[in-house]
Design a protein around this ligand. Structure first.
Ligand code: FES
Length: 104
């Protein structure tokens, strides 16, 4: 059953920035790319390394440890060494609030 969790005000994450939040006992990164917000798990699927220090480009994030890039729309890796997807979450704006949908 999906639940919606308000996370933060949209103006608190500037374009090109990521911030990590505790949401429903999970660590979830919210990224702001060119007016669009994306939510995804904090850790890389390859070796459990935080993606927060990675690079945001277009609609993907690049892991800082071994360089795999993940599509933030699907979570799928775009190249090895990662082979498993990261979890991504639907995001909506309610007024100015970023709301993440999580299947509990
Ligand atoms: S830990 Fe992310 S690609 Fe290896």
């Amino acid at each position: 059953m999906p639940n919606k969790y308000p996370v933060t005000n949209s103006s608190s994450i500037k374009p090109g920035e990521m911030r990590c939040f505790d949401v429903n006992q999970q660590r979830i990164i919210v990224a702001h790319i060119e007016g669009e917000f994306f939510a995804f798990d904090e850790m890389c699927s390859h070796e459990d390394y935080p993606l927060l220090n990675g690079a945001l480009r277009s609609d993907h994030v690049e892991c800082p440890l071994h360089g795999s890039r993940f599509c933030l729309r699907t979570g799928k890796p775009m190249e090895e060494p990662a082979t498993e997807a990261i979890k991504v979450y639907p995001v909506e704006l309610q007024d100015d609030m970023i709301v993440i949908e999580i299947n509990d």
